[in-house]
Design a protein around this ligand. Structure first.
Ligand code: HEM
Length: 130
């Protein structure tokens, strides 16, 4: 891990301490901004897929900020896989924008400029990969 991923891990620890599992709020935000995406989760009856997806997206962000051993390739593949389930390639990277906006809102004044810079950098990098 490096300084960037350390900062992101710190932000996630602070987030979970403050708000617990952010997944329900992240998806509520996502569906408020992209209502047509909610129906795609029709098979996800207990939220397990949504939980797994947020976890994978965060793991990818940490790898991308660090050694990038798999994240860039994984994201490129998932863009194609998601087009197959109805997620347009220009909407796919917005998941990170929504997640980071939600993290910032949940942490409020404790969302530091370092957190903001680190996570917005990831949003831009994923948008460039999609
Ligand atoms: C707005 C953006 C996105 C939407 C609407 C979306 C939607 C979905 C949907 C509907 C599924 C379930 C498909 C099924 O039932 O087979 C899914 C699965 C998944 N998504 Fe996304 N996705 C988005 C962005 C992302 C991002 C950014 C990542 C990671 C980098 C990601 C990773 C995954 C993974 C790993 C799964 C499989 C989870 C599992 O099966 O447990 N998704 N996504």
């Amino acid at each position: 891990m490096n300084e960037l991923s350390d900062v992101m891990e710190q932000s996630l620890e602070a987030l979970v301490e403050r708000a617990g599992d952010p997944a329900p709020i992240v998806y509520a935000r996502l569906f408020a901004r992209y209502p047509e995406m909610e129906a795609l989760f029709i098979r996800d009856l207990d939220g397990a897929v949504r939980g797994e997806m947020l976890t994978k997206a965060i793991e990818c962000a940490l790898d991308l900020a660090g050694p990038n051993t798999y994240a860039a390739n994984f994201i490129r593949c998932e863009v194609v896989n998601h087009e197959g389930v109805g997620v347009p390639s220009d909407v796919f990277p917005r998941f990170y924008e929504v997640a980071v906006d939600t993290f910032a809102e949940l942490l409020g004044v404790d969302w530091t400029p370092a957190y903001e810079a680190a996570w917005r950098g990831i949003v831009a990098r994923v948008a460039a990969l999609a």
